[in-house]
Design a protein around this ligand. Structure first.
Ligand SMILES: Nc1nc2c(ncn2[C@@H]2O[C@H](COP(=O)(O)OP(=O)(O)OP(=O)(O)O)[C@@H](O)[C@H]2O)c(=O)[nH]1
Ligand SMILES: [Mg+2]
Length: 344
């Protein structure tokens, strides 16, 4: 391959950014791939796109495996399309490929979505990426936001840190539960209630649904204000936020029942998502969440970039040798990190 001159690369980058802003599918897919692979061209592209962002409502959908998140996302997208909203769907580390269609209860419905120019669907893997889930996902959301999608639905499997990270990124977080399975107990363990703006009990056609709804409502009643408090997990940069919204203005987390596979309760869920968006804007919480996301993004970039630079300066095997020295207790991770930073 001939080496590209910088100006050719610049032109190509500008064309890519322009293509994304126009919503060009091919360019959009290319841009996402660059972000996903943490290509050296990605930061420039993202920087060029950033001024065009800030329009989309970012909606996180999380919950235990198999609760029906993908089916629900598909049904939600259909309702949003009917309301003339353009929709981007991102499935993070899906246990099965979202676009394959096989995992969806209703393949016909999925096919209807994939032929629609107002819908963009992408599955992505973030495991093993340097910046981790939040950075790569945030970058992809930035690209989709710049492309002008009204709503961006991000599905993550709720295991471990992933669901908490999505809440840092989303304006609105849906936590999906299903009857039985002891999910209500898991919810407490994972602290998942703290991140939910809307709780969904899907598979409401299954036995035990009312018990699950009751358990969740009881737990919500125990929470002060019933509104989530946790927005800063793992975040180093603390930002000043205006004083918390007044009690009477506080958002009330509701438990909604759905049968995603039958499209039951989905219209109500969309209405609640719209109410949440309205509340975010009228209470000032939209700006609070945007500020947190900005801090989180800045921190992720710093973390990834500083790590990359420090590692790049180390000799081959330098990192493995150092890790091995730490394992042998010849040194400790604190001194090792301090010496790397000092020598940089
Ligand atoms: N009975 C019933 N089944 C449903 C409902 N919603 C989804 N399902 C089925 O549940 C299974 C899992 O659905 P998915 O939408 O793939 O669930 P998911 O949460 O995205 O799964 P992962 O991404 O693997 O975590 C599929 O067989 C769906 O058809 C529902 O409301 N009722
Ligand atoms: Mg899924």
């Amino acid at each position: 391959m001939p080496r590209q001159s910088a100006s050719v690369r610049d032109k190509d980058g500008a064309r890519l950014a322009e293509g994304v802003r126009q919503g060009d599918r091919l360019q959009l897919a290319r841009a996402i791939t660059l972000a996903e692979r943490e290509d050296p061209r990605a930061p420039e592209l993202l920087a060029a796109l950033y001024p065009a962002t800030g329009h989309a409502q970012i909606i996180g959908i999380t919950g235990a495996p198999g609760t029906g998140k993908s089916t629900l996302v598909t049904a939600l997208a259909q309702h949003l399309r009917a309301a003339n909203q353009s929709v981007a769907i991102v499935a993070i580390d899906p246990t099965s490929p979202f676009t394959g269609g096989a995992i969806l209860g209703d393949r016909v419905r999925m096919r209807a979505l994939s032929g629609d120019a107002g819908v963009f669907i992408r599955s992505m893997a973030t495991r093993g990426s340097l910046g981790g889930l939040s950075k790569t996902t945030g970058d992809v959301v930035t690209i989709l936001d710049a492309a002008g999608f009204d709503r961006i639905l991000v599905e993550t499997v709720g295991v471990g840190q992933a669901e908490v990270e999505i809440a840092t990124m989303a304006h609105t977080t849906l936590v999906v539960e299903a009857p039985g399975l002891g999910d209500e107990i898991q919810a407490i363990k994972a602290g998942i209630l703290e991140i939910a703006d809307i709780l969904v009990v899907n598979k409401a056609d299954r036995p035990g649904v009312d018990k699950t709804v009751q358990a969740l409502e009881m737990m919500l009643a125990l929470e002060p204000g019933g509104s989530r408090q946790v927005r800063h997990h793992g975040q180093l940069l603390q930002v000043n936020s205006p004083s918390r919204t007044h009690e009477e203005q506080a958002w009330r987390v509701k438990v909604l029942k759905t049968i995603a596979s039958e499209d039951e309760g989905v219209a109500e869920l969309v209405a609640q998502m719209d109410r949440h968006r309205q509340w975010l804007l009228s209470s000032g919480e939209w700006a609070v969440r945007e500020r947190l996301r900005a801090a989180h993004t800045l921190e992720s970039i710093l973390r990834a970039e500083l790590t990359r630079r420090i590692v790049a300066r180390m000799p081959t095997d330098g990192l493995s040798d150092l890790v091995e020295a730490i394992r042998r207790r010849d040194t400790d991770p604190y001194h090792a990190a301090a010496s790397l930073i000092a020598s940089w």
